[in-house]
Design a protein around this ligand. Structure first.
Ligand SMILES: CC(=O)N[C@H]1[C@@H](OP(=O)(O)OP(=O)(O)OC[C@H]2O[C@@H](n3ccc(=O)[nH]c3=O)[C@H](O)[C@@H]2O)O[C@H](CO)[C@@H](O)[C@@H]1O
Ligand SMILES: C=C(OP(=O)(O)O)C(=O)O
Length: 416
């Protein structure tokens, strides 16, 4: 199992190109199932999760042609309407084949994703929405069996804002008969990116970027070309890294119009930023200032940045408080950061961070994707050597993070 070895205390200097967004690429790849035409995608990040979803899509009969970050999908010969447990269990996003398969072929059998380390990951809202569109859905032996000769447009109000739920229902609605209204829709830029691809494929969607999506179903979708949006979470992770280590970096291939409140928080931390149209120059000197926040839906503070900001807070000049409202168990990095000398306690879904003068390297274990990234940041800020085990979590969602960071001066190597 690969590990990362980091010798901390190095300032970061140089340029980092941000990759395409994992959380946009995964739903977008599933949209390939909606059409028999060629869907030509660029800026697809090189991630383990992308490999997994492509494997899943290929076993449905979707033709995948890949040349590095360019992926062309063709759904003219779909032969299987099933997503097996073995593939779904490793990646929640696999549930996103449900809407497209059901809408285009009238049937799907998809394994329930189950829980994961950060908390339970229910899909009841996806099911509620598809049932409202006329699907007959049963759950047996851990599988969702869905059937509908033709989905019918409906007004769907989800109980809470769900990103994947919005994406699944949006894809299903593009091929349903009549009008679907998705109320309380997620507004994340990754949802918007998917919607933009669907429009390029011939879908009729109004209200893109708002919490009310109105979709007029069409008989079929055609092929299209699309570049996956830049990863705001990867970009903000690098910004947290420089906030923790000090230095002067420039992020390229970024989209500065899609950021959330995290950017304001970075300014509060003391990071100086010059924002260009697709670049961010970030400079940091001295100790970070503490920042308190609670995670919430876009454009609020993203749950996917909670752990990385906590890493910065561990060495901040004062106490802070972090509340996680999206997932019930997304504090697994706390124990590992405390192994590095951080001073963090938790009470329910709130963490209290004291802010210490220094962290000291130690062996730690990555427990989930963003927790892994937060340990990389903490390790880079710590004195001495940190060894991070189980970095397969990191590889799920970051494109060669250690290569990008070592190019800008971090002392970080992968140990096979
Ligand atoms: C709103 C939000 O911040 N969503 C995050 C969530 O998206 P992801 O799409 O995984 O999760 P959802 O947005 O669907 O879930 C949001 C909340 O709704 C609940 N829920 C969801 C669907 C459902 O059918 N029933 C149900 O109860 C979930 O348990 C969770 O508490 O994790 C991703 C990976 O970390 C992040 O990129 C997303 O930003
Ligand atoms: C937890 C994440 O991903 P996933 O929903 O695929 O588990 C994430 O992107 O931070």
């Amino acid at each position: 199992m690969d590990k990362l070895q980091i010798v901390g205390g190095k300032r970061l200097n140089g340029e980092i190109a941000v990759s395409g967004a994992k959380n946009a690429a995964l739903p977008i790849l599933c949209a390939g199932l909606l059409s028999s035409g060629d869907v030509e995608l660029s800026n697809v990040p090189r991630l383990h999760d992308v490999k997994t979803i492509l494997k899943l899509l290929e076993q449905t009969g979707l033709k995948v042609t890949q040349d590095d970050e360019n992926v062309t999908l063709n759904g003219a010969n779909i032969t299987s309407l099933e997503a097996p447990y073995e593939l779904v269990k490793t990646m929640r996003a696999s549930i996103l084949v449900l809407g497209p398969l059901l809408a285009r072929f009238g049937e799907a059998k998809v394994s329930l994703p189950g829980g994961c380390a950060i908390g339970s990951r229910p899909v009841d809202q996806h099911i509620k929405g598809l049932r409202a569109m006329g699907a007959e859905i049963t759950i047996e032996g851990g599988y969702i069996y869905a059937k509908a000769k033709k989905l019918k447009g409906a007004r769907i109000l989800t109980d809470m804002i769900t990103v994947t739920g919005t994406e699944n229902l949006l894809m299903a609605a593009t091929l349903a008969e009549g009008e679907t209204v998705l109320e309380n829709a997620a507004r994340e830029p990754e949802v918007t990116d998917l919607a933009n691809l669907l429009v390029a494929m011939g879908a009729k969607i109004e209200g893109i970027g708002t919490d009310r999506l109105v979709i007029q179903g069409v008989a079929e979708l055609h092929g299209a070309k699309h570049a996956v949006i830049s990863d705001r979470i990867e970009a903000a992770t690098f910004l947290c890294a420089v906030a923790a280590t000090g230095g002067d970096i420039v992020l390229t291939n970024t989209r500065t119009d899609i950021f959330d409140v995290a950017l304001d928080k970075l300014r509060e931390v003391g990071l100086q930023m010059d924002i260009g149209s697709n670049t961010i120059r970030a400079r940091m000197d001295g100790r970070p200032q503490p920042v308190s926040f609670r995670t919430t839906e876009y454009p609020g503070f993203p749950t996917d940045m909670q752990a990385q900001f906590m890493a910065v807070n561990t060495i901040a000049a004062g106490p802070s408080r972090v509340t996680e409202t999206i997932f019930e168990n997304r504090f697994m990095h706390v124990q590992e950061m405390n192994r590095l000398g951080a001073f963090i306690s938790t009470e329910g879904n709130t963490a209290f961070i004291k802010g210490v003068e220094r962290l000291v390297g130690a062996p730690v274990m990555a427990t989930d994707l963003r927790a892994s990234a937060s340990l990389v940041i903490a390790g880079m800020a710590a004195e001495g050597t940190t060894l991070i085990d189980r970095i397969y979590h990191l590889d799920r969602g970051y494109d060669r993070m250690e290569v990008k960071l070592s190019k800008v001066g971090a002392d970080i190597v992968r140990i096979k």
